[in-house]
Design a protein around this ligand. Structure first.
Ligand SMILES: Cc1cc2nc3c(=O)[nH]c(=O)nc-3n(C[C@H](O)[C@H](O)[C@H](O)COP(=O)(O)O)c2cc1C
Length: 207
């Protein structure tokens, strides 16, 4: 079958398949603070690393209409900092709790029963239970094109300024995926535990 992106129903599909096609996606569990000192935590799976040196990450925040703004975007715009927490297998339920649409100013660390560890390079706490976290400063926001209902996404690029890794997930100087146990987002309501790994060398081209 072939269809234009929002024409999936005419193709016989019950739900928009885009996120099921671009899967698995890592989950950026974003902590941030507002100018008023409030703390926020929410998951974002339109998330990835886009540059290694310098280290730069991106995530994308939906606005359902012209007057809607998620707390994370408000905070990052106000204070120019955020931290990406990596969701390990033991944090899935808490991550889900933190995705609720709570009023601005509600601290989802508290709501989800998570520990706050103060940031080192940014004034943003990270989740005490996670295996890894990336402290970031805002590099750029890009307002993406709106749909016909006035909804749009804002892409947020951040420069990584500090990396926390729980030493228990390091084996022989490398991150152990089995111990990091990152949870991935699929399409629909689906998630994946990544637990099948293999190594592959790059091709050697003889001149
Ligand atoms: C696994 C997961 C991934 C999500 N990814 C995104 C995303 O990429 N962009 C987005 O706008 N919302 C995403 N959401 C929804 C937000 O987490 C949700 O709207 C949350 O209330 C936003 O919180 P905030 O207003 O405190 O920033 C996701 C939710 C879940 C559970």
């Amino acid at each position: 079958m072939f269809f234009e992106p929002m024409d999936y129903k005419n193709a016989g599909l019950a739900h928009n398949p885009l996120k099921a096609i671009v899967a698995p996606r890592p989950i950026g569990w974003i902590s941030s603070c507002g100018n008023d000192g409030s703390v926020n935590l929410a998951p974002y799976s339109f998330f990835n690393a886009v540059s290694e040196d310098p280290a730069i990450v991106i995530f994308s925040v939906q606005a359902s209409g012209p007057n809607h703004q998620k707390d994370t975007l408000r905070n990052v715009t106000e204070t120019s900092a955020f931290t990406v927490n990596i969701v390990g297998a033991n944090q899935v339920q808490a991550m889900n709790v933190s995705s609720g649409d709570y009023p601005y100013g509600e601290n989802e660390f508290t709501t989800a029963g998570l520990r706050m560890i103060p940031g080192t390079t940014v004034n943003v706490p990270h989740v005490g239970e996670v295996p890894a976290a990336l402290e970031c400063t805002l590099l750029q926001t890009i307002t993406l094109p709106a749909n016909d209902r006035g909804g749009h996404y804002t892409a947020i690029l951040g420069t990584v300024t500090g990396i926390f890794v729980d030493e228990s997930v390091i084996v022989d100087g490398k991150i152990s995926y089995a111990l990091l146990a990152p949870v991935a987002r699929m399409g629909y309501r689906d998630y994946a535990n990544i637990n099948d790994f293999f190594e592959l060398g790059r091709p050697v081209i003889k001149g």
